[in-house]
Design a protein around this ligand. Structure first.
Ligand SMILES: *[C@@H]1O[C@H](CO)[C@@H](O)[C@H](O)[C@H]1NC(C)=O
Ligand SMILES: *[C@@H]1O[C@H](CO)[C@@H](O)[C@H](O)[C@H]1NC(C)=O
Ligand SMILES: *[C@@H]1O[C@H](CO)[C@@H](O)[C@H](O)[C@H]1NC(C)=O
Ligand SMILES: *[C@@H]1O[C@H](CO)[C@@H](O)[C@H](O)[C@H]1NC(C)=O
Ligand SMILES: *[C@@H]1O[C@H](CO)[C@@H](O)[C@H](O)[C@H]1NC(C)=O
Ligand SMILES: *[C@@H]1O[C@H](CO)[C@@H](O)[C@H](O)[C@H]1NC(C)=O
Ligand SMILES: *[C@@H]1O[C@H](CO)[C@@H](O)[C@H](O)[C@H]1NC(C)=O
Length: 583
């Protein structure tokens, strides 16, 4: 019996025997105020206008959230924000999705580039570097069961083993405070199990949204993502182009102009090697070379030794067999990627910090689990991560496959789409050394002859370097972990604005043509050194200072003074529980 089944029965028995004091308030009341419309391609859409103050604080800037019903039991949550500084009817439309597989796009919205952040006391404050300043922004939780997206909403208790359904919707007395809630029933067949399988529902969500909100969808379409988005971005957008070329009845053409991917996970064969490259040879740029010779050679052998990680990934590529790919990926994750976590206790997503790392801030997860916010956005479930999506993808070994990402990127470049790959250089998980190898392998015309230039931004600080040929670019961002817009908000917003307008990333002053090419050194050699590397755990009550690139002043917060490290662990955004990894 699995531990999930064991705890299920234990709980089921207890529920039956205890006299219960019902605490119905912990479950989400199904919204009754959603407007229903039918979008393009006959996709039903249910939505409502989100009141001012729930995220966007400016009453003149509208926001809508709701669901695209892409399957009988597959309901995809979206949250849309009008552009702040450009008339939303003239503004471009940008979709942002997070990775995982299984990570909610509320991560991007609240931790990175959305209109607001949430402080430790649960108060919303404005993000002046929101990407919605310059574009209409649509955040999508996909595939089904991620974030607020759901299959069927069920009352339950969440434990390490999974979700235990409470058939009578009564929260038992023994349940620890705040552990009962409404969850998407974790059904592996009601979500996608691979990147290619997830593409159609993503496209249907766009068809639904664009039909429901034609006023926001008249101009160019742009797509931005990070992390596992290195799989999603190329495949989903190539799918959009293929649908455009053979448009099914009732669907509309999506005018794709830009694809941006931050710290992407594209190709395991090169990126598992990059873990060694980032830690040992040639190493990272923070003068952080932690491994002794014995550990370094173990690391090397786990990768290159006979029958080890690379041999297994080759077997996966040669056979295409789900079990072989899944096992290869697990082997590489445990024996190569996790060497770092197991030995060093550093944050894989920002090697400058030890774990638990309080950055980026995760206070919004409690905010999203209040009845007020759920009702304001029309949510049917609590906000939570759902193991079903990770498990479904794991069953096909999607993470351990190249899955066509490079040829899709090449094709997008050939179609004239602006493709920008960028990488914060303190991230180990999808590190810039691996991302740079991928950028080279895309083989965009002229790219092998381009060189690095400093990126010039309005604050006159050099935040990184770019190599660009035509509309294809690779940008390295200094002093940044995995979630670049959190660490480098000003540079990220200016980068985004340049990219979606087809301008050069270096200055943002020139429209980029086919023959455009940056000149400079072939390698980006700047070294930060270790002055921002922390050698003690950063207290949970500190803010992050984007000027010094280090932990800064404490939050001026009453709640924070009472917070313990237990809370801090609980709000880590990507559960590290094996066997699933989140990118
Ligand atoms: C689920 O949301 C309700 C509010 O609707 C809240 O009271 C409850 O604590 C939440 N549960 C969890 C596990 O966050
Ligand atoms: C973004 O827009 C808001 C509201 O218009 C404005 O206050 C803020 O200064 C803008 N941010 C930048 C970086 O221009
Ligand atoms: C999962 O969903 C499928 C399709 O709706 C259904 O046939 C199946 O019974 C569900 N599985 C479980 C365990 O509920
Ligand atoms: C990564 O390390 C391997 C093994 O030392 C080496 O052959 C390869 O050139 C390195 N790659 C990069 C991009 O530095
Ligand atoms: C290397 O591995 C050994 C165990 O074999 C461990 O005791 C040691 O601390 C490790 N040191 C590093 C970080 O290289
Ligand atoms: C920081 O880097 C300097 C120069 O490379 C080195 O001398 C020093 O030992 C490093 N400090 C730590 C704590 O690793
Ligand atoms: C912040 O946390 C640290 C360590 O937990 C504690 O020593 C310090 O007093 C706290 N500071 C404030 C302002 O709450």
């Amino acid at each position: 019996m699995t531990s999930f089944a064991r705890s299920f029965w234990a709980l089921a028995v207890t529920v039956a025997l205890t006299t219960i004091n019902p605490v119905q308030a912990q479950f989400v009341k199904a919204p009754t105020d959603l407007k229903r419309v039918v979008g393009h391609y006959n996709i039903p859409v249910r939505y409502k206008e989100v009141p001012t103050g729930i995220c966007e604080l400016d009453p003149h800037v509208k926001s809508y959230s709701g669901y695209a019903d892409v399957g009988e039991k597959e309901h995809i949550f979206f949250w849309f924000f009008e552009s702040r500084d450009i008339d939303p009817k003239d503004a471009p439309l940008t979709v942002w999705i997070n990775g995982g597989p299984g990570s909610s796009s509320m991560i991007g919205l609240f931790e990175e580039l959305g209109p607001c952040r949430v402080d430790p006391d649960g108060r919303v404050y404005s993000n002046p570097y929101s990407w919605s300043n310059v574009s209409n922004m649509l955040f999508i939780d996909q595939p089904s069961q991620v974030g607020f997206s759901y299959s069927e909403p069920v009352p339950g208790i969440k434990s390490d083993a999974g979700i235990v359904v409470l058939p009578d919707a009564v929260c038992p007395e023994y349940a620890s405070e705040g552990s009962c809630g409404t969850y998407a029933y974790p059904n592996l067949t009601l979500t996608a199990n691979s990147t290619p399988n997830a593409a159609p529902n993503f496209w249907k969500t766009l068809q639904g949204f664009m039909g429901a909100f034609p006023q926001y969808s008249r101009h160019g379409f742009h797509f931005a993502t990070e992390s596992y988005g290195g799989h999603y971005g190329p495949i989903f957008n190539e799918y959009i182009e293929e649908q455009n070329a053979h448009l099914p009845q009732g669907a509309i053409k999506i005018n794709l102009e830009t694809v941006l991917i931050g710290n992407g996970w594209y190709d395991p064969f090169y990126q598992y090697q990059a873990y060694y490259n980032f830690s040992v040879y040639p190493g990272n740029t923070y003068d952080y070379a932690p491994f002794d010779e014995a550990n370094a050679s173990m690391f090397f052998n786990n990768l290159y030794g006979k029958g080890n990680c690379l041999d297994r990934l080759r077997d996966c590529q040669n056979t295409g067999n789900n079990a072989i790919c899944s096992n290869a990926d697990s082997f590489c994750a445990y024996m190569v990627e996790s060497v770092y976590d197991d030995v060093l206790g550093r944050d894989e997503y920002d090697v400058r910090e030890l774990v638990p790392d309080p950055f980026p801030y995760g206070f919004y997860t409690s905010y999203l689990n209040t009845a007020e916010v759920q009702s304001a956005i029309g949510a049917f479930t609590n906000f939570s991560s759902n193991g079903a999506v990770g498990a479904a993808f794991d069953s096909t070994g999607d993470d351990g496959r190249e899955i066509g990402t490079l040829s899709a990127l090449r094709s997008l470049v050939q179609r004239g789409v602006t493709v920008g790959l960028y990488a914060g250089d303190a991230d180990y998980n999808c590190n810039w050394i691996g991302n740079e190898v991928i950028a080279d392998r895309v083989g965009a015309p002229g790219f092998s002859k381009a060189g690095y230039r400093d990126v010039k931004t309005s604050d006159a600080v050099v935040h990184g370097q770019v190599k660009q040929a035509g509309k294809f670019s690779f940008t390295r961002i200094y002093e940044s972990g995995h979630e670049v817009p959190f660490y480098q908000p000003l540079a990220s917003l200016e980068y985004f604005e340049r990219a979606i307008h087809g301008l050069d990333i270096e200055t943002g002053r020139h429209k980029v043509g086919y023959s455009y090419r940056t000149e400079g050194p072939a390698r980006s050699t700047y070294r930060e050194g270790n002055s921002t590397v922390q050698f003690e755990i950063t207290p949970a009550n500190l803010t992050y200072d984007v000027i010094t690139n280090k932990p800064g002043a404490p939050w001026p917060s009453a709640t924070m003074a009472k917070r313990s490290f237990r809370d801090q662990r609980a709000r880590r955004r990507r559960p590290r529980a094996r066997p699933f990894r989140f990118r």
